[in-house]
Design a protein around this ligand. Sequence first.
Ligand SMILES: [Zn+2]
Length: 165
Amino acid sequence: MRPVTALDIRPSMINMTESDLDAMTLPGLHETLWDDREFLGWRDANHNTKGYLVFWVGDSPRGFMVRSAESQMPAGKSAICVLCHTAQPAPQVSLFVAPKAGEEGKRGNTVGTYLCADLACSTLIRITPPESDAHPDPDRIVRHKAVGMSQRLENFSNRVLSVDA
Ligand SMILES: [Zn+2]
């Protein structure tokens, strides 16, 4: 993805109040490997139930806040992240809710989804089977997964915005 700066992030958040924004902790943007990701996703270092996702829609950055459920998914089962479609041990996937944007959010309305608990989907989709007869081109697999994931992320953000996708 194209890099985003701290100045891009704040105004891009579609479902955060002023006090949410004041309390938000940013990740280490200077250490971020932008070429290896489709979106910037991070958990808030100071508020452990909060997480954020920021990505580009055309030339505009768009971001939203999610909150994880307090309870963990049961160990010993597997679960699938809605964004990257990676099946993994259930505790590594979390139920998150995103407050809806605008008036609906003020009334407490949210949309829920299952996401990788660490919001590091871009890393996961790059762990592909090694090149073989069955998988002749691992890079193509990654590109294919990346396109689908980016589309699902934008669609989810449209639900946060109450835009019919
Ligand atoms: Zn994921």
